[in-house]
Design a protein around this ligand. Structure first.
Ligand code: ADP
Ligand code: ZN
Ligand code: ZN
Length: 764
């Protein structure tokens, strides 16, 4: 291996290699040759890796002049200039994430960077064209093609300019953009360049938004947080009922922050919220530089947004979970806001399994600025921090914003409803909801209907009761979900919602040959039932379904929401996607078709989830000048989570829930980590889990409790058996001491067979 060990060394570096290397979680040491002596922290380099010295990319995370055992150390091969340097602040955050969530640093860093940045791909800009103002005097006659362009622009109504360059060419029946470009260089037309995202949002944004005057409640929240803007780190929880004007509070604070020439970061859950909140921000701050980061972007778009932040060319950053990993300068960051902080989409379900909200709090600590978490239904964790622990300051908005009404919420006991149901009506929608929907439609109102179950039927079972065979996935211990597709034999196909494998709908029961029945109603079935029941509803038109089957891209969602906003769509039917932050004044009715979907889940957060879902979706109506009503169908009208959500009694619910958690030693009263062991062989999985448990017990901090192993709720997934061990501790430090020790001893090394989830939120 000549060349690998040259003589002159100019210092050493620790390199976090991108490829998963659990044995070296925080990086490997390499030596620097003469010509690389000035390599610094944050640079991307190529290094030899493993016995074969295959080339690997990694980031320099530390430099040092000497090392104990220089003889065996390999050398950095070269710099990789194709990637930008990782800012030191971002590296510091990455190190914290890797340590806290027990992930390897290299892959953690790699996951933070948009892939396009790593590959150095170019960015996408939109070129917008408008007439020069005042128009350029031109004496010569223009060529006909150029004249056509000018004619098109002049004929457009005011406000329709600027027009995207290619679109303009199309409107002027041109094959190329040449004539447009010539007019631009002649000064007859003005061209502005924007990122594709900016352009799309500015088009979607309401033309101008006049900021409402804050109510005195809003103002006192704004004032008390604004007081802290120059005082380093502080954490705030804003609990405001749905429609209380939390977003207005965020915007006023953001305004103050950017006035001070600092940067504000706003996190919103998933992409569903981004267009609406984004549009509101754009129209409030039309002259500000806003970066947008979310999973719906193309690589090139993400690259561009990322670069904008890294080059310090932004005032406001908005985005979903990963926006917390934007390369923002800690010194300039002035405020971090996490909207709907309870939302589960903030937790990443792949390594590193970080929680965007918790990273946001850590980021604010590093940047020494305030962090504001907002929700109508805060997570019990944040509630504990704001009440019993008092590490967060609690602010409350108890009233809805002026002009909004409190929805009238009616709990409907489905056991009673069924008795009154007429023959032949849809089983899922009881008489009360049916009547309410009828009335709403007749009055020209809009409705949102929630059913948190995708597909046509959750399972297919043998109709013969003495048999009871249920079609389940070959690879997973879950039932196959039926999806409707009329052109297929037997009207659809079945799919596993975990491994995504698909099959044909079986002709008959595999056990007894009897007839099969489709059970457990999903959104698709309700859609069919509604379309046939109400004359004014037709699928894909006035009735739209929103779930992950129909909404494949952010664009799909925007299109439907736009149509709903215009009033073209009367009823939106969907899964929890519709419970999140939608703000449409025309909604007069919210119907929860089955409030019980989460309540029996084997998860200690089942009540919390149920409460949040019901309370959030009820908050989607009564936002216009008409009062709204919500109808909640349940078989458990007395369950506290459902009753209190209907009564809008968050405090009562949260305080009781917190007591229950304390009594059982569950988060947030203790910290938790979950270790899942997977194996294709069940016996080997069991043995591995048992030995891991013994090892953990022998090295644990005395205050750490180790529970298990037990089979996971979904015992087999994609052909792998799964067992879990749970660790509980009073403090995160104790938990980490044990886990870090386990890792250093190689117990958690087998990345694809053992996964660790710190502060897990999903226990399936
Ligand atoms: P939340 O985020 O708490 O659900 P929003 O910020 O979406 O509430 O506010 C709900 C509606 O009330 C929005 O349309 C908003 O423009 C309006 N609004 C908020 N604050 C005020 C105010 N002080 N006066 C009038 N309207 C307001
Ligand atoms: Zn499966
Ligand atoms: Zn059968």
């Amino acid at each position: 291996m000549e060349g690998l060990f040259p003589q002159i060394r100019r210092g050493y570096v620790r390199v976090a290699v991108e490829r998963g290397l659990d044995r070296y979680p925080l990086g490997l040491t390499y030596a620097l040759d003469d010509d690389l002596a000035d390599v610094s922290v944050g640079e991307r380099v190529i290094v030899p890796l493993g016995r074969g010295n295959s080339l690997a990319e990694g980031y320099v995370v530390e430099t040092f002049p000497e090392t104990d055992s220089p003889g065996t150390i390999k050398h950095v091969i070269r710099r990789d200039d194709s990637a930008p340097k990782l800012p030191a602040d971002l590296l510091a955050l990455a190190s914290w994430i890797a340590t806290y969530y027990l992930a390897s640093l290299g892959p953690t860093i790699a996951g933070m960077l948009p892939s396009a940045v790593r590959r150095g791909t170019g960015s996408v800009t939109v070129r917008l064209i408008e007439l020069a103002d005042p128009p350029l005097e031109e004496t010569r006659r223009r060529p006909p093609k150029q004249q056509a362009v000018l004619d098109v622009l002049e004929s457009l109504p005011a406000g329709a300019q600027p027009v995207e360059r290619r679109k303009l060419a199309e409107l002027a029946s041109l094959k190329t953009c040449g004539p447009i470009d010539r007019l631009v260089s002649a000064g007859s037309l003005i061209e502005t360049r924007r990122t594709a995202i900016d352009a799309a949002w500015r088009q979607a944004a309401p033309p101008e938004s006049i900021a409402p005057t804050p109510t005195s409640d809003q103002q006192s929240v704004i004032d008390s947080i604004a007081e802290q803007l120059d005082s380093g780190f502080s954490a705030h929880l804003l609990r405001g009922v749905t429609g209380s004007g939390k977003t207005e509070v965020y915007m006023r604070l953001i305004d103050q922050v950017i006035q001070k020439d600092r940067i504000a970061l706003l996190l919103v859950p998933e992409i569903s919220l981004t267009p609406q909140t984004g549009g509101r921000l754009m129209s409030r701050f039309p002259d500000r530089r806003i970066a947008v980061l979310h999973s719906g972007l193309t690589d090139a778009q993400r690259n561009q947004q990322w670069a904008k932040v890294a080059n310090d060319e932004v005032d406001i950053i908005i985005g979903a979970r990963s926006a917390v990993l934007a390369p923002v300068s800690h010194q300039r960051l002035g405020l971090v806001v996490v909207d709907e902080e309870h939302d589960q989409s903030y937790k990443q379900d792949a390594t590193p399994r970080y929680h965007g909200r918790d990273v946001a709090v850590r980021l604010a600590q590093m940047a020494q600025c305030p962090v504001l978490l907002g929700s109508a239904t805060p997570s019990i964790e944040s509630w504990a921090n704001a009440t019993s622990r008092r590490t967060y300051r609690l602010h409350e908005l108890a009233e809805r914003a002026p002009g909004l009404t409190i929805p009238r919420v009616q709990l409907v006991d489905m056991a009673m409803e069924r008795k009154h149901q007429k023959q032949g009506t849809s089983m899922a929608i009881g008489p009360s909801l049916e009547q309410a929907l009828e009335d709403t439609l007749q009055e020209g109102g809009q409705a949102l209907l929630l059913l948190n179950r995708r597909g046509f039927a959750s399972y297919l079972a043998c109709r013969n009761r003495s048999c009871g065979w249920v079609l389940s996935c070959d690879q997973c211990d879950v039932t196959m979900v039926m999806h409707r597709q009329h052109e297929l034999p037997r009207g659809g196909f079945v799919r596993c919602h975990h491994c995504l494998s698909e099959q044909r709908v079986p002709r008959a029961c595999a056990a007894c040959g009897g007839a099969m029945g489709a059970l457990g109603l999903g959104t698709q079935r309700i859609e069919e039932a509604l379309a046939s029941r109400y004359d004014c509803l037709s699928s894909g038109n006035t009735l739209r379904r929103i779930d992950s089957d129909t909404m494949r891209t952010a664009d799909d969602l925007h299109t439907v929401l736009d149509a709903f906003g215009r009033g073209d769509v009367k009823v939106l039917l969907g899964t929890q996607m519709i419970a999140k932050g939608l703000d449409y004044p025309g909604v007069r009715l919210v119907g929860v078709i089955d409030a019980d979907t989460a309540i029996h889940l084997p998860d200690f957060r089942a009540s919390e989830r149920t409460f949040q879902l019901v309370a959030q979706v009820c908050g989607r109506c009564g936002r216009g000048n008409q009062p709204g009503r919500a109808i909640i169908q349940t078989f458990n009208p007395d369950a506290p989570a459902i009753r209190l959500a209907a009564e809008n009694q968050y405090r009562t619910f949260a305080d009781a829930e917190l007591d229950d958690r304390l009594a059982c030693g569950l988060p947030p009263s203790r910290r938790m980590a979950r270790v899942v062991i997977q194996d294709r062989d069940d016996k080997r999985c069991e043995a591995h889990a048992d030995s891991l448990k013994d090892a953990l017990i022998s090295i644990r901090d005395q205050t750490v409790e180790v529970r298990g192993p037990v089979e996971c709720v979904i015992n087999r997934l994609s052909g792998r058996y799964r067992r879990q061990i749970e660790l509980f501790a009073q403090t995160p430090q104790a938990l980490h001491q044990t886990l870090a020790l386990a890792r250093s001893q190689g117990l958690l090394e087998v990345a694809d067979r053992v996964t660790i989830d710190v502060d897990p939120i999903s226990l399936m």
